[in-house]
Design a binder for this molecule. Structure first.
Ligand code: GDP
Length: 296
C-alpha cells in the first residue's frame, strides 16, 4: 500500500511539529489525509464521513499533554476510533441456549457461505468440543447441496441431506428434528444466495429465520467487495436481525476497508475472518489487529 494511513499521518506529524495545540485550522489537513487514506482502503464514503466527524469532535476537545505534538495526539485518536468502530476485542459465537444452537448463514452467492459453514463446523468441533450438524436450504442449486456435503465431511461434522424439490422451511425443520433426536449441540443452516439482492431471496431467508429462531444469524460477506459491501450489508440488515459478520477472502484484500463499512452499517460484530480457501482458513476476528492493518 503506497500511501498507508500511518505513513500519511507520520508525514503530517512532522509538518505539525512546533504547533502546540489541535485547532480547527490544523486539524483540517490531518483529517484530509485520514479521509484519503480511508477511501484508498476502500471504506465506503458515508462511513468515511461519519468517521471523520467523530475524530474531529474528539480531537477538538483533546488537550495535548506532555511531550506529544498535536500530530501525534491526532494519530492516537484516529487509531483508537478505528479500533472502536471495528468493535473492540474479540467476539466469539454465542451458543448459550438449549441445544441445538441454530446458526443461520446469510449472504450473496459466492460470498463464501458454504465454505464458511464447514469452516465454522470445524472450529466448533475442535475449539468448543461440539457435535455439529450441517444442512443446506439452497434448493436452487443441487451443486451447492453436494458442495456442503463434501466440505462437511472434511470438517468432520455430520451433513443432513436435502433435495431441490423440498421447501427450505421443510428442510430446516427436518434437520432440526433430526438434530434434537440425535443430541447435536449445533445446527448450521446454509442458505441460498443470489448474485445480487432480490426480494424473493430476502423473503425466503426471513421466513427461515422466523421458523428457526436461530441464536446466531451470521452475515457472510466478501471483503473484496469493497464499496459494494455496504449495499449488500444494508439489505441483509433490513431483512434479518444479524448477530454477527464473517468477513471472507481477507487473504486477497490488502486494504481491509470493507470491515469498517460493514461493521458500521450493520452494527453487528465481526466474529470471524476467512483467510484461505482451505477448511482451516478461518480466524476469530481481532478488531485491534485489523485496525492496525487498515492503518497500514
Ligand atoms: P457461497 O456461494 O456463498 O456458498 O460461496 P462458496 O462457499 O462456494 O465460496 C465461493 C468461492 O470463494 C469458493 O471458491 C471458495 O473456495 C472461495 N472462498 C471462500 N472463503 C474464502 C476465503 O476466506 N479465502 C479465499 N481465498 N477464498 C475463499
Amino acid at each position: 500500500m503506497a500511501s498507508a494511513l500511518s505513513e500519511r499521518l507520520s508525514r503530517l506529524v512532522k509538518t505539525m511539529r512546533g504547533q502546540a495545540r489541535i485547532t480547527e485550522a490544523n486539524v483540517q489537513d490531518m483529517l484530509r489525509e485520514v479521509r484519503m487514506a480511508l477511501l484508498e482502503a476502500d471504506v465506503a464514503l458515508p462511513v468515511v464521513r461519519d468517521f471523520i466527524a467523530r475524530v474531529k469532535e474528539r480531537a477538538l476537545g483533546t488537550e495535548v499533554v506532555g511531550s506529544l505534538s498535536p500530530g501525534q495526539a491526532l494519530v492516537g485518536i484516529v487509531q483508537k476510533e478505528l479500533a472502536a468502530t471495528m468493535g473492540e476485542g474479540v467476539a466469539d459465537i454465542n451458543l448459550a441456549t438449549q441445544p441445538p444452537a441454530i446458526i443461520l448463514m446469510a449472504g450473496l452467492q459466492g460470498a463464501g457461505k458454504t465454505t464458511t459453514t464447514a469452516k465454522l463446523a470445524k472450529h466448533l468441533i475442535e475449539k468448543r468440543k461440539k457435535k455439529v450438524l450441517t444442512v443446506s436450504a439452497d434448493v436452487y442449486r443441487p451443486a451447492a447441496i453436494e458442495q456442503l456435503r463434501t466440505v462437511t465431511k472434511q470438517a468432520g461434522a455430520e451433513w443432513f441431506p436435502s433435495t431441490g424439490d423440498q421447501k427450505p422451511r421443510d428442510i430446516a425443520l427436518a434437520a432440526l428434528d433430526y438434530a434434537k433426536k440425535h443430541f447435536f449441540d449445533v445446527l448450521l443452516v446454509d442458505t441460498a444466495g443470489r448474485l445480487a439482492i432480490d426480494e424473493a431471496l430476502m423473503a425466503e431467508i426471513s421466513d427461515l429465520h422466523a421458523t428457526l429462531d436461530p441464536i446466531e444469524t451470521l452475515f457472510v460477506v466478501d471483503a473484496m467487495q469493497g464499496q459494494d459491501a455496504i449495499n449488500t450489508a444494508k439489505a441483509f440488515k433490513e431483512a434479518l436481525p444479524l448477530t454477527g459478520i464473517v468477513l471472507t477472502k481477507l487473504d486477497g484484500d490488502s486494504r481491509g476497508g470493507a470491515a469498517l463499512s460493514v461493521r458500521q452499517i450493520t452494527g453487528a460484530p465481526i466474529k470471524f475472518a476467512g483467510v484461505s480457501e482451505k477448511i482451516d482458513g478461518l480466524e476469530v476476528f481481532d478488531a485491534d489487529r485489523h485496525a492496525g492493518r487498515v492503518l497500514g
